[in-house]
Design a protein around this ligand. Structure first.
Ligand code: FES
Length: 330
């Protein structure tokens, strides 16, 4: 039997109280304006969010009485997103409370799957209710809601920016150049060969030129491990040996398998170990892979010392750092 959704008077319910907007056209107009204002506030929130992405630097700080020095980028991003979601929700609630059909209905229980006839009735009812909700008639609400939903809909696209810059040749280039000093990480102190004892390992980064800033992207690509052996312990060809300095050898810290940080050094065996999938690299043989899934050695950075006796890069990396798939030829 088909289920009719219709107003049914239930003797157990108190008399239904109609809302002002149901009986007074002026109240309905006022409610409509309220809903539109809420949707417009949501749109303004989204515009604030988008503008923040494009026009406020991530390093902009402002002073606020209660919060003190506050990152303006994060503040306005948060306020914009909060306003855009909050007001669109409030607008929908206000619309439902004041303007959508306000009928008390009793629906009979029925089998889980409705008969086809009921389903057709349902579709017809939805269309009917949509008409009553004023989607067709209330053009102000329709337009403001469209604007608000449209802007909210595109805002997630902006989050793609947080995935970082497009790769291009970014994957293959690091900040290392001929003459770049190796500095401690953390600490940014230049390193002399005598700072490293035989058997020691140190993580380093390229020294920043004045005004330059480190980014997470660069730190990831530029990280270099320095390891000091006795010169006679190396098993290298003449060229690779010339890339070392007094027993100190430098490798990219980024695993050539899938890019984890190669963080473990076994002093006895002189093996570098990647904790992710156990790729193992032999330091004495230019980080040759001796175990695990890595397809190529860790790139070696040629080093020497400058006129002040600090360790510097002799040249940039001669191959891409990181996972092998970055290097198309391998
Ligand atoms: S990422 Fe290093 S072994 Fe897989």
């Amino acid at each position: 039997m088909s289920m009719e959704i219709e107003a049914i008077k239930d003797p157990g319910l108190p008399a239904h109280v109609h809302r002002a907007a149901d009986t007074d056209p002026k109240a309905a107009k006022k409610a409509e304006r309220q809903v539109a204002i809420l949707f417009l506030l949501s749109a303004l929130g989204t515009i604030l969010l988008i503008s923040t992405f494009f026009f406020i630097s991530e390093d902009t700080f402002i002073y606020l009485p209660v919060l003190g020095n506050t990152n303006a980028y994060q503040l306005f991003l948060g306020l914009g997103l909060a306003a855009s979601l909050f007001f669109i929700g409030m607008g929908a609630i206000q619309w439902a409370r004041t303007l959508m059909p306000d009928e008390e209905v009793v629906a009979e229980r029925h089998e889980f799957r409705s008969p086809d006839e009921d389903r057709a009735d349902f579709v017809a009812t939805v269309k009917d209710r949509a008409g009553q909700a004023g989607l067709g008639r209330r053009s102000l609400i329709k337009r403001s809601l469209g604007l608000s939903l449209g802007l909210v809909g595109i805002s997630p696209l902006l989050l793609l920016r947080d995935l970082g810059p497009l790769p291009k040749d970014d994957l293959t280039k690091t900040s290392w150049k001929a003459g770049t000093r190796l500095v401690t990480d953390p600490g940014d102190r230049p390193i002399r060969p005598e700072d490293l004892e035989v058997g020691a390992v140190a993580q380093t980064l390229p020294e920043l030129a004045s005004g330059e800033k480190r980014t997470l992207n660069n730190i990831g690509k530029d990280a270099v491990l320095l390891i000091r052996l006795r010169p006679e312990e190396f098993n290298l060809d003449a060229e690779r040996l010339s890339w070392t300095h007094e027993g100190i050898i430098a490798f990219s810290k980024i695993c050539s398998h899938m890019g984890c940080a190669v963080a473990l050094y076994e002093q006895q065996t002189k093996h570098l170990l990647c904790p992710c999938h156990q790729s193992t690299f032999d330091v004495t043989r230019a980080a040759k892979v001796i175990f695990g899934p890595a397809a190529r050695p860790l790139p070696q950075l040629a080093i020497t010392i400058d006129a002040d006796g600090y360790l510097v890069a002799k040249a940039p990396f001669t191959e891409p750092v990181g996972p092998s798939f970055w290097e198309r030829s391998s």
